[in-house]
Design a binder for this molecule. Structure first.
Ligand SMILES: [Zn+2]
Length: 139
């Protein structure tokens, strides 16, 4: 019995590195799919582990610096595409699609994105849209 379309809706999930030495708890901020495999900040690859321990916490309030799953936005898709194209160009690849074309590929309905909660705590923060420095939260 669930009011959600996806089993992992609003769940806190554990991702563990393949060598078992690192793990990260990541919250899914929406009723949407999440990847099985993600890159950890260390660069290691991690898989969704301990599925039985997934905990649905609809009102969870992630703290600045925690990572969460959100819906991919056009802005982020474009930024990812530009980064990838830059990398491929540096590797000598030719005949690459435009960033816009690639971004459209990435931007399937409900496509997940993994972002770090900014200092202000707003997942849809517009303070630093270009990924530049973010004003530090003051109290
Ligand atoms: Zn902000």
């Amino acid at each position: 019995m669930t009011d959600y379309q996806h089993a992992e809706a609003f769940c806190l999930m554990t991702y563990r590195s393949d060598d078992g030495t690192e793990e990260e708890r990541i919250w899914n901020s929406r009723d949407g799919v999440t990847p099985f495999v993600i890159p950890l900040r260390s660069g290691k690859t991690a898989q969704h582990a301990d599925w039985h321990a997934d905990a649905r916490v609809v009102e969870y309030a992630p703290k600045p610096g925690e990572r969460v799953f959100v819906d991919l936005t056009m802005e982020r898709a474009l930024a990812l595409a530009e980064t990838n194209i830059k990398t491929w160009k540096a590797q000598g690849m030719a005949n690459l699609p435009s960033a816009k074309q690639m971004a459209k590929e990435y931007l399937r309905p409900g496509a997940p994105d993994l972002i770090e909660v900014p200092a202000c705590g707003q997942l849809d923060c517009q303070h630093a849209p270009d990924g530049g420095s973010h004003p530090v939260a003051t109290s």
